[in-house]
Design a protein around this ligand. Structure first.
Ligand SMILES: [Zn+2]
Length: 388
């Protein structure tokens, strides 16, 4: 099959204002042609060219595939008991990461990869066509490199997060661990990873340590991103802007100077509503960010401790209900926003020339993603023109 025509689309979301209306570039009665894994034609269904294969969308909405720009899917074990305890009133500190570090180190490579493949399949069923994958549950040179190599077999968006937490062996000498991450561990990771990330927050790494690690990563050819201001306000967002990080992630505790800095930068604010939901924490002020002109992304933060979801639709529903984004703003953040957070221009939209990454819904409008929370609404996910 060389060309595929998707027709009878009730509502096509393109994220291109040149093609359709509003911030989502929405068009009705549309059709779309895929050729060689790319979008080759978009327009009115009645003038669509002939193609080798036909997909009838049956009046449903078609959207760009979700771009999940923040996920931790390389791990072993789960923390259901910790979640239950937290829901019964215990607080969240981030220290539970150590539980997953122990399980991940003890797992075989086969087990770790099988778990990642299981989550990848969940992502695909849920309409995610690109996902980022961080290391960060190994915290030794060998365990971090193993996680990165497994991740690289399943996504191009591989992130070295040796600075997720100070490894337990270095609890008394955290700066020795910083030197290990920025030295020997980074030297190995730079061969496999595209990104470098630091969990810069209370109980993890401070801003000076984060600067040391990210600067070393940039010198080694990696691109920076950062976990910033999830648990408390620090200068982490300012550091993100200073280093031109592609994204500052969480952004739960910001002051006006942080919002202004983001608005005047090329750094995306990636919001992770699953984390606040699952830790029963206050949500970030998405409205203030969007109104200030900051580019916002929504991602799952998929991890076994603080946000064990692969559902971008769930995150959209929470962002709409709890963070006061409109359904259109939330969908844009989950597609084009994620693409910008990964500095990708080939995904997150459906204009001609884009990668043919899209999801066909079971519903007539994208609004249903928020309007029908918890209901699986993806009927087909297409990645580079092929059914996933
Ligand atoms: Zn994270």
């Amino acid at each position: 099959v060389n060309t595929t025509l998707i027709t009878n689309i009730g509502e096509l979301v393109t994220n291109s204002s040149a093609i359709g209306d509003g911030i989502l570039g929405v068009r009705s009665d549309a059709a779309l042609v895929i050729e060689n894994g790319k979008v080759a034609w978009v327009g009115e269904a009645r003038s669509a060219p002939a193609a080798d294969q036909l997909i009838d969308a049956a009046g449903a909405a078609v959207i760009p595939g979700f771009v999940d720009s923040h996920a931790h899917p390389v791990f072993a074990g789960d923390r259901a008991a910790e979640f239950a305890a937290r829901m019964a009133g215990e607080g969240y500190s981030g220290g539970g990461i150590r539980t997953t570090v122990g399980a991940t180190r003890a797992a075989s490579e086969t087990q770790l990869e099988a778990n990642l493949v299981r989550l990848k399949q969940e992502f695909h069923r849920a309409g995610v066509t690109t996902f980022e994958a961080k290391s960060g549950y190994g915290l030794t040179v060998a365990d971090e490199l193993r996680s990165l190599e497994i991740a690289a077999r399943h996504t191009t968006e591989v992130t070295f997060l040796g600075a997720h937490l100070v490894a337990p062996e270095f609890a008394e000498n955290p700066n020795d661990y910083v030197n290990l991450v920025a030295g020997e561990m980074l030297a190995g990771a730079a061969k496999t990873a595209k990104w470098i990330d630091v969990f810069c927050d209370r109980g993890a790494f401070d801003v000076d340590q984060a600067r040391t690690i990210l600067t070393a990563g940039i010198a080694a050819g990696l691109k920076p991103r950062i976990h910033a201001n999830q648990l408390t306000r620090t200068e982490a967002v300012q550091l993100a802007v200073e280093l031109d990080c592609a994204s500052a992630d969480h952004c739960t505790h910001l002051n006006q100077a942080d919002i202004d800095a983001l608005a005047n930068s090329n750094t995306v604010a990636t919001l992770l509503p699953g984390a606040e939901f699952s830790t029963r924490s206050p949500y970030p002020d998405a409205r203030a960010l969007v109104d200030a002109g900051v580019t916002v992304a929504i991602a799952t933060d998929c991890n076994p401790g603080s946000s064990y979801t692969t559902s971008m639709a769930f995150c959209i529903a929470v962002a709409v209900r709890e963070m006061r984004l409109s359904p259109a703003e939330a969908l844009r953040a989950a597609t084009a926003g994620g693409a910008k957070a990964l500095r990708r221009t080939d995904i997150g939209h459906l204009s001609v020339g884009a990668r043919a990454d899209l999801a066909i819904l079971t519903a007539p409008s994208f609004v249903h993603l928020a309007y029908r929370p918890g209901v699986p609404l993806i009927s087909k996910t297409i990645i580079e023109g092929k059914t996933a």
